[in-house]
Design a protein around this ligand. Structure first.
Ligand SMILES: O=C(O)CCC(=O)C(=O)O
Ligand SMILES: [Fe+2]
Length: 318
């Protein structure tokens, strides 16, 4: 497969059972094949996308000393700012050529979870930054809940199977800035090849080319969504749960050609995570003689911790 299929969420939300079934089949097929799909008809209005890009550009333009105040020690970069070069892909030494911000969950009605998660960090210099981030977070979360409902049907589960695991879940909205490249990078790229940790990722139309996805033949293909589409991919947690039936596809962000080194790249992924108590044990109906159980049982929280250590964001004893 050399292209990424497009689907429209309005088909799933419609009351027409045929359209709904067609959406489930298209989405499920794409996630078994290439692991990526471009989604239109979602809940994130273009005006909000534009506002969020404006706010995050203002934030990344702040002086480094100001941004550094928002880098909070001891929370593994789970909220607030993470400075340039700090995160590296699993198995690599060189940091990625990026800085980023994390908005986390806005817990309602569950005091235990509210105290489990670090607080969101308020940017004093930018009055709109936090409220725009929160609105985008909630629209992306709503979209992701519908996508997971469709996936539940594809996996022969109850449509609401994921709801209780992801409502108030540990999801993250991550605006990323890849700054202009000023000298020949030594082995480092904007984002080295990796699979995402979480259940699914919703990526807002990245400003500028660069995202590539590896197909089954090992070829790298460009993944470019239209401005009204979200690029959605399967993460490692969903691959585990489905015993590899759904593919967490390796992707990367390559450095631009030299003549484009002078420009920044921005992108905004939303990583849909469940609550940390969700078991990621392979689903019994995804295990058979041809597909023996490929993963040990683990909870989402324990798995996330393992992965954050591998990324260099958490030290082992934290
Ligand atoms: O910047 C992009 O387009 C993708 C970033 C990405 O894959 C990630 O942060 O996991
Ligand atoms: Fe990614």
């Amino acid at each position: 497969m050399n292209t990424i299929p497009s689907v429209d969420l309005r088909e799933f939300i419609s009351d027409d059972p045929e359209q709904k079934a067609a959406f489930v089949a298209q989405l499920g097929g794409a996630f078994e094949e290439i692991g990526f799909v471009a989604l239109s008809g979602h809940f994130l209005p273009e005006s909000l996308v534009n506002q969020l890009y404006t706010e995050i550009k203002r934030f990344f333009d702040l002086p480094s000393e100001v941004k550094a105040q928002y880098e909070i020690p001891g929370i593994g970069g789970q909220r607030g700012y993470t400075s340039f070069g700090k995160e590296h892909a699993k198995g690599r030494k060189e940091g990625d050529l990026k800085e980023f911000w994390h908005f986390g969950q806005y817990v309602t009605g569950d005091s235990e979870l509210a105290s489990e998660y670090p607080d969101n960090v308020q940017v004093a210099e930018l009055p709109e930054f936090n409220s725009v981030g929160k609105q985008a977070y909630q629209m992306l979360e709503k979209t992701a809940i519908y996508v997971l409902r469709a996936l539940a049907l594809h996996l022969d589960l109850e449509e609401s199977y994921f709801d209780d695991f992801v409502i108030n879940g540990n999801s993250i909205l991550r605006p990323i800035h890849y700054p202009p490249i000023t000298e020949e990078p030594k082995n480092a790229v904007r984002a080295a090849a990796h699979g995402d940790i979480n259940l699914i990722t919703l990526l807002m139309g990245a400003h500028g080319k660069g995202l590539q996805v590896q197909n089954h033949e090992g070829e790298w293909i460009d993944a470019i969504a239209r401005p009204d589409q979200l690029m959605i991919n399967v993460g490692d947690m969903l691959s585990r749960l489905s015993n590899n039936r759904l593919k967490s596809t390796i992707h990367r962000v390559v450095n631009p050609p030299r003549e484009a080194w002078g420009s920044s790249r921005y992108s905004i992924p939303f990583f849909m995570h469940p609550v940390s108590s969700m078991p990621l044990n392979c689903l019994p109906n995804c295990i058979d003689a041809a597909h023996p159980k490929a993963f040990e049982d683990i909870t989402a929280g324990a798995y996330l911790h393992e992965r954050l250590v591998e990324l260099g964001l958490v030290k082992n004893q934290e």
